[in-house]
Design a protein around this ligand. Structure first.
Ligand SMILES: Nc1ncnc2c1ncn2[C@@H]1O[C@H](COP(=O)(O)OP(=O)(O)OP(=O)(O)O)[C@@H](O)[C@H]1O
Length: 248
């Protein structure tokens, strides 16, 4: 019988199967399964303690689960971690930029960490900055950028090694409304260009009706599907609260 699972060449998305994780006796994730395809913007929404950070840590291999399977662009994270992580771009919740270096220097440093060859680095940096409309900032020190531009730079940096899956952990924390809007728009554009996007948040207004949504609650997937279909006539916020709120 042939293996019906998509290969790395045909599946640029993210697949999670039966993923469980426990901190001692505490279950943080309980048999979580989902898929995010190429070109899809998928929100991962969950109240405090739902298990989002644990899931992000497992996807980035900061934690390793004894049970379950994570596949990035067709590569099994446990069996082929290098290949899988080479296809994953990550924007962590806490900024990880050197404020004293310029945008280009920060990106060049990251490119070196990824093992990109010297000759291809300038072109990759320009291309990634262009995608975020940040090329004119390349020579500025990060210290002189506002919060929104710093986040945009981190996003450009996450694209340097041309990942097919982009993972963002509450990427708008600490930004004002305009910057939040801009980052959300940029990442939706990236999904439209074909990236597979998983966006962890607890802010319902960052989601659009045609986005996909995973609701994580107490370590389990409580609901999944297209935002507009899930929320029906309710606001997403009301719909989400009605399912996840703990009665007073
Ligand atoms: N190091 C740890 N030791 C024990 N329990 C933990 C640890 N880290 C997380 N937990 C528990 O695991 C569960 C999931 O936590 P996690 O941080 O993944 O949730 P979260 O959705 O990211 O929440 P938040 O939005 O508050 O960061 C929670 O019940 C939490 O208390």
């Amino acid at each position: 019988m042939s293996d019906a699972r998509p290969s790395a060449e045909t599946d640029p998305g993210l697949a999670v199967r039966d993923l469980s994780f426990h901190y001692g006796a505490k279950t943080a994730l309980d048999a979580v399964s989902f898929d995010v395809s190429a070109g899809m913007f998928c929100g991962l929404l969950g109240p405090n303690g739902a298990g989002k950070s644990t899931l992000v840590s497992l996807l980035t291999r900061l934690l390793v689960a004894p049970d379950g399977e994570i596949t990035v662009a067709g590569h099994d994270l446990r069996q082929s971690p290098r290949k899988a992580l080479a296809k994953l771009g990550v924007v962590f919740q806490q900024p990880t930029l050197d404020l004293g270096l310029t945008v280009r220097q920060n990106m060049a440093y990251f490119a070196a960490l990824h093992g990109l060859s010297r000759s291809e680095v300038p072109g990759r940096i320009d291309a990634a900055l262009d995608r975020l409309n940040m090329r004119d900032r390349a020579g500025e020190r990060v210290r002189d950028l506002n919060g929104g531009h710093r986040r945009r730079m981190e996003l450009a940096r996450a694209l340097l090694h041309e990942p097919s899956v982009l993972l963002l952990d509450e990427p708008t924390v600490g930004l004002d409304a305009a910057a939040r809007h801009a980052i959300t728009d940029h990442v939706h554009d990236l999904a439209e260009q074909g990236l597979c996007v998983l966006w962890a948040t607890h802010l319902t207004d960052e989601m659009r009706d045609d986005d996909q949504l995973l609701v994580l609650h107490r370590g389990q997937i409580l609901a999944s599907g297209q935002v507009g279909r899930l929320r029906g006539d309710q606001t997403l916020s009301d719909w989400f609260l009605s399912r996840t709120e703990v009665p007073a």
